[in-house]
Design a protein around this ligand. Structure first.
Ligand code: UDP
Ligand code: MG
Length: 321
């Protein structure tokens, strides 16, 4: 029997936790009763430095039932890092783990389907949204743009897959080998290798509370995703530079011929245009190069990606008396 760890990052999720924990516990009990997972299976909540009562709730849950476990990060490190902290803790104890959001947007029933796929030999199972009906038009539009752009950049990510996925112990061990600080799990998981498959599910509305991904976080997430995985922007700048170089040679030849023929007029417009054009391109290039240098900078610092402040986890179901 396999030990399953459900890993759930939580940032200010006090409004949804009571319901989420109830439903997850039901699911775990059910799977246990079916003999599909071992009694050592756990629901591991990762408190990503919440400012509300999230950690108190998690501790209470742990006290009530050993199936609940908690991990408290010392700071808010963002969804990806919180998830990684949970996965790396789960890796030590589980055979398989499934990551999902705390807000019940990921259909818990898809867990069964993921386990089926795992039984059939998949070490990675992606949860793929069959529709985004419940997302706002803006979210759908930007998300679609993001997936398309990533594809254009040559990054292999699974369309409409967020962070609802099953990873086997092997896959987790593979993931642990990726030491980069700018973490983008959706891009890294396909690189781990192993047999993978997908299951589809309906994405529902957030159960309660507000999205913890405001536009600012969404943009930096997308930006991280692109710059951590692709050097194509740099290549584009190089190509652009080359094309402009060619164009300027033609322009020089043209100017010289005009001069020789004696009908060259000192062109104020052309001067201004070229100054602006070159200036603009230089700035753009500097920006892109700077972005990559920034990445090198953070990577070479090799700061810890998270720090665990407290752990509440009982490994064996038999309590000491
Ligand atoms: N989350 C987190 N840290 C953050 C932001 C979000 O751990 O800094 C968690 C959040 O609690 C939730 C998941 O990441 O479990 C997805 O966030 P959310 O549902 O707000 O994003 P959305 O569904 O709106 O994209
Ligand atoms: Mg959500």
């Amino acid at each position: 029997m396999k030990t399953l760890y459900l890993v759930i990052p939580c940032y200010n999720e006090e409004e949804v936790l009571p319901e989420t924990s109830k439903r997850l516990l039901q699911k775990v009990h059910h799977l246990e009763a079916q003999g599909r997972i071992s009694p050592q299976s756990r629901i591991l909540f990762v408190d990503d430095g919440s400012k509300d009562n999230t950690w108190t709730l998690i501790s209470d849950l742990h006290r009530q039932d050993e199936h609940f476990a908690g991990l408290k990060l010392a700071h808010n490190r963002g969804h990806q890092n919180a998830l990684l902290a949970g996965l790396m803790t789960a890796k030590e104890h589980c055979d398989i783990c499934i990551s999902m959001d705390a807000d019940l947007q990921d259909d818990i029933e898809a867990v069964d389907k993921m386990l089926d796929e795992n039984d059939k030999g998949s070490e990675v199972v992606y949860g793929v949204r069959s529709s985004r009906k419940t997302d706002t038009f803006f979210k759908r539009f930007t998300a679609q743009g993001f997936y398309k752009f990533m594809k254009l950049m040559g990054v292999d990510i699974v369309y409409n897959h967020a962070d609802y996925r099953l990873l086997s112990k092997n896959a987790l061990e593979g993931l642990a080998e990726y030491k980069e600080v700018n973490l983008f799990l959706r891009g890294i998981v396909p690189l781990i290798g192993y047999k993978s498959s997908s299951v589809t599910y309906e994405r529902s509305e957030r159960f309660a509370g507000e999205s913890k991904y405001p536009l600012k976080k969404m943009l930096s997430f997308a930006f991280d995703g692109i710059t951590s995985f692709s050097v194509k922007p740099i290549r584009w700048v190089t190509i652009l530079g080359f094309l402009i170089f060619l164009a300027s040679i033609i322009a020089i030849v043209y100017t010289l011929i005009s001069k020789i023929l004696g009908h060259a007029v000192a062109g104020w417009t052309a001067t201004m245009l070229s100054i602006w054009m070159i200036g603009g391109i230089q700035l753009l290039s500097l920006g892109v190069i700077g972005e990559y240098i920034g990445k090198i900078y953070t990577e070479t610092k090799a700061r810890p990606r998270y720090r665990i402040e407290a752990v509440e986890l009982t490994l064996d179901t038999e309590k000491d008396t």
